[in-house]
Design a protein around this ligand. Structure first.
Ligand code: SF4
Ligand code: SF4
Length: 448
């Protein structure tokens, strides 16, 4: 009887591994497909052996194996979730957008803005000279230059540039009275139909806002946004494109999703203004606030080791846009995603793979009153200016970045549910996908 139960368990384990192998082929994860197929065969051998053959101590061995399997499953799925140190924290001061690497990259030598920035921040001059010596983002001299993907990224950025002036606009004088919960649901559902992966609403806090503009014509202008609410919109980045990081498709995809997220934000902002309420879209290159912080407070996710928003089903593989508004809204509930901080504490895959060593291996530290990981944005950006792309190796290897399907969502559920499962899942991720996986090949339609 026990040998039959063990045989059924063996079939279940091998069947699951065979299913993993099958799904991995579709995901073009060939190492994972090979490993899971091999395991599905090897792990089945003891079960079939016990079932088919009689040998000395068969009963004792069968009982021990069954007890081991039942106990392991019980321990793995035990819902142990120790409270994460630090909890919800608020930055002590506002950030200045002029300090962001994109803003510093836009400073032209000999201009007043350039001189004034580096006279106020002399320590940053030497650091920034390093990235200025490199070919630069999307440069034809860069190491990852690829004419088609770079031209697509340029095209995306040019369209975004054309959209920047329309983030704000005239509000309809005829105000339509709306009910907070109904309009919040309408905007969330509509945005999802437009292509958003997730939408969250929070009250707009002072610490969400930059202190001063760092890009465009309004450089150095103090930011005074009095809107009451912020709507954060995330949009998925294509898994196959991100796997090619740091090659051309990654910058093609990130600019594409900046554009897509921005377009949805613009539509929502226009819609709200048509209803008679003020609204401003915050899109790539024309922000007044820090999108990941807004998205975190809107309950969409947590900020992980690489300093990006991590959301439950896609991890860091998203782009974000925000709409701020004074239309009555109902704030979103948190999505109970506390596991990311603990998982980032043990994982460190992004830190291991980072070619510029910009991601910390240490525990979170107190930065401006908030316990978090701080990446070295100067060395990261210098690497971007060398490759010409926005790299994305960290995003590509993150165990949370796997495709959004049943198999990976089951693992994500386990990671969220159990402190012990998290450790097991990390070990399995390294085994199936490698600790330092190679960069993926360019899709054939791009590699012409
Ligand atoms: S790779 Fe690991 S450590 Fe890095 S963000 Fe993802 S889960 Fe966290
Ligand atoms: S984008 Fe690349 S260089 Fe920057 S932190 Fe990630 S892996 Fe490192």
């Amino acid at each position: 009887m026990i040998s039959l139960i063990l045989l059924l368990i063996g079939i279940l384990i091998s069947g699951v591994l065979f299913y993993v192998s099958f799904v991995s082929i579709f995901e073009k994860e060939y190492r994972a497909a090979r490993v899971s197929f091999l395991l599905s065969v090897i792990l089945f051998i003891p079960f079939i052996f016990i079932y088919l053959y009689d040998f000395q101590l068969k009963e004792i061995i069968s009982n021990i194996l069954l007890a081991f399997l039942v106990l392991s499953a019980f321990i793995l799925f035990l819902p142990i979730r120790p409270k994460v140190k630090g909890g919800f924290q608020i930055p002590a001061q506002k950030h200045d957008e002029r300090d962001v690497m994109f803003s510093r990259n836009e400073l032209k030598p000999e201009t007043e803005n350039f001189k004034s920035y580096y006279s106020n921040n002399p320590a940053k001059k030497d650091l920034d000279d390093k990235f200025r010596e490199k070919p630069g983002l999307l440069s034809s001299e860069s190491t990852m230059y690829h004419h088609l993907s770079f031209a697509s990224a340029h095209a995306n950025l040019e369209v975004i540039e054309a959209l920047k002036p329309i983030v704000d606009g005239t509000v309809n004088e005829q105000k339509i009275i709306v009910e907070a919960s109904g309009i919040s649901n309408y905007i969330e559902t509509w945005s999802t139909k437009l292509g958003a992966h997730s939408v969250g609403i929070t009250e707009l806090k002072d610490y969400h806002l930059y202190s001063h503009k760092g890009r465009g014509d309004l450089y150095a202008k103090e930011i005074k946004n009095k809107h009451k609410y912020a709507i954060a919109i995330t949009i998925e980045m294509d898994h196959e494109m991100i796997q090619t990081a740091p090659k051309g498709p990654v910058v093609m995809e990130s600019t594409q999703q900046y554009l897509n997220a921005g377009t949805i934000a613009l539509q929502v902002a226009y819609f709200i203004r048509n209803l008679g309420y003020s609204a401003r879209a915050h899109i790539d290159g024309n922000y007044e606030l820090i999108c990941p912080l807004v998205a975190r407070d809107a309950g969409l996710g947590e900020i992980g080791r690489m300093g990006l928003l991590m959301i439950p089903k896609l991890g860091p593989r998203v782009r974000i846009a925000v709409v701020t508004t004074d239309i009555p809204m109902e704030v979103s509930k948190s999505r109970n995603f506390s596991s990311a901080i603990d998982f980032c504490g043990i994982c460190k895959k992004c830190a291991d793979i980072c070619p510029s060593r910009s991601i910390s291996f240490d525990d979170r530290e107190n930065v401006d009153g908030v316990l978090r990981w701080k990446i070295n944005s100067e060395s990261c950006f210098t690497y971007w200016c060398t490759t010409g792309t926005d790299c994305g190796r960290c995003m590509a290897v993150c165990p949370y970045s796997h495709p959004n399907n049943f198999m990976h969502n089951f693992i994500r559920w386990g990671i969220n549910n159990s402190y012990i499962f998290r450790r097991f899942a990390l070990y399995m991720d390294d085994l199936f996908y490698a600790r330092k996986p190679k960069s993926g090949k360019l899709p054939s339609w791009i590699d012409m």
